[in-house]
Design a protein around this ligand. Structure first.
Ligand code: NAD
Length: 400
């Protein structure tokens, strides 16, 4: 099968590498120049539990209008997989339109709501497939991904009577990307949205790995409030969300052996200074609720809080050096600025400490008091953020 992957970041590369290795003719399209150059020069490096290997496949810069000198031509494919963040689906679909011929099927496995609507101007409904994946993948740097563990991909056609989903799921499974077809793909997508609306948002607001949610005794109530709003909007759109099953699935993730030490993608985006997909998660629930005359105050507030975190990213308080002590952990990798606060100061006193720019950071950060958690999180967890944050980000459309 000729497969074009539009938006070849962490997940696009993971699918591209597996499908190439199982004999498909895969082409990657992405707008990050250093990433595309590294893949073409050295192959895509894939690190997993077996080590690191290079997988050769062509990558091209797109959209062509932005890279007239270097963009490759984009011939029609049998399958186009859109794997940008939900915030970029429309732009990426427009840029990849040349790969969508009269027989091409288009598949989205992205998180969030709104991807299907963004793709429909570029492909008729009977050739559009959608779904979800629980595979986890990180971008280590240009041309290098880390494939995390195993997961399941579920996909289905939007138009009934199509057998394409079964065929594509079989191809994915043969490539080691365990997949199955679903006759009710909207229920699958909404179940994932419900999961993300709770887990991604709470972990982002609290700046914690998934497992830390287990320490909060009010988790069931908080998750239940968010889920009830999601389920009401889904019901208004003709989809049933099983809130009990959703809650059970979330709590199963608290186990460090499941995805307990994982950092939610929304938190990773925030820590990396990239736009999050919040508008397509809690934000979509809030706006769809409003359009239907429903109330969704929890999802509205969560959307606003994550918006606040995004808008204030470069002013985030990440550390405190108390007099006579070494600096605490620095989650953002910023040099801590010294705050001359005395050890007994209260939170009020913390606020009084001026947010002055550090000369070393040319005004990018300021410091506040920091109190270590009563029980420190695992060292794995504390190490995770700086490792991710080392990725270069400046010359890519990832910040746009
Ligand atoms: P990513 O940010 O790693 O990759 C997206 C790629 O799209 C980037 O390489 C970026 O350069 C490219 N891009 C974005 N806008 C572009 C534009 N206008 N023109 C050209 N290129 C553009 O994202 P990801 O982690 O691979 O996630 C993709 C989707 O899959 C998201 O919806 C995410 O929520 C979902 N998802 C991710 C994971 C995971 O573990 N990474 C797991 C499940 C689902």
């Amino acid at each position: 099968m000729k497969i074009t992957i539009a938006g070849a970041g962490a997940m696009g590369c993971r699918f591209g590498a597996a499908l190439t290795a199982s004999g498909h003719d895969v082409r990657l399209l992405d707008g990050w120049e250093a990433h595309v150059a590294a893949i073409n020069d050295y192959g895509l490096r894939v690190t997993d539990e077996r080590g690191t290997r290079a997988v050769r496949m062509p990558a091209a810069l797109f959209p062509a209008a932005r890279f007239p000198a270097t963009a490759g031509d984009v011939p029609p494919a049998d399958l186009v997989i859109v794997f940008a963040k939900a915030t970029a689906t429309a732009a990426v679909a427009a840029a990849a339109a040349g790969a969508i011929g009269p027989a091409t099927r288009v598949l989205t496995l992205q998180n969030g709501l709104g991807n299907i609507e963004a793709l429909l101007p570029y492909v008729p409904r009977d050739r559009l497939l959608a779904g979800t994946t629980t595979l986890g993948t990180e971008l280590v740097g240009p041309g290098h991904i880390r494939a995390l563990g195993s997961g399941e991909t579920v996909l289905g056609a939007l138009a009934s009577g199509s057998s394409a989903a079964q065929r594509i799921a079989a191809d994915f499974s043969s490539a080691g990307l365990y997949a199955r077809a679903s006759a009710d793909v909207m229920a699958v997508i909404w179940a994932k949205v419900a999961f993300n609306c709770v887990m991604n948002s709470l972990c982002t607001i609290a700046s914690i790995p998934v497992s830390a949610l287990a320490r909060y005794p009010g988790f069931d109530d908080l998750a239940g409030t968010i889920l009830a709003e999601v389920a009401a909007v889904a019901a208004a759109e003709g989809v049933r969300v099983d809130t009990g099953a959703a809650l059970a699935l979330m709590k199963a993730q608290f186990d460090p052996a499941a995805s307990g030490n994982h950092l939610a993608s929304t938190l990773q985006d925030l820590l990396n200074g990239r736009p999050t997909e919040i508008a397509h998660l809690n934000g979509a629930i809030a706006s769809r609720a409003m359009a239907r005359g429903l109330a969704a105050p929890a999802n509205t507030l969560i959307t606003q809080l994550v918006g606040l975190l995004e808008a204030t990213h470069d002013r985030r308080v990440t550390s405190l050096r108390l007099p006579g002590r070494r600096s605490s952990s620095v989650m953002h990798g910023h040099e801590p600025d010294m705050c001359k606060a005395s050890e007994g100061e209260t939170l009020k006193g913390v606020k009084a400490c001026p947010a002055r720019p550090s000369p070393a950071m040319t005004g990018k950060t300021a410091s506040r008091r920091y109190t270590r958690p009563a029980t420190p999180l695992s060292s794995d967890t504390w190490c995770a953020a700086p490792r991710i944050l080392m990725m270069p980000r400046t010359s890519s459309p990832r910040r746009s």
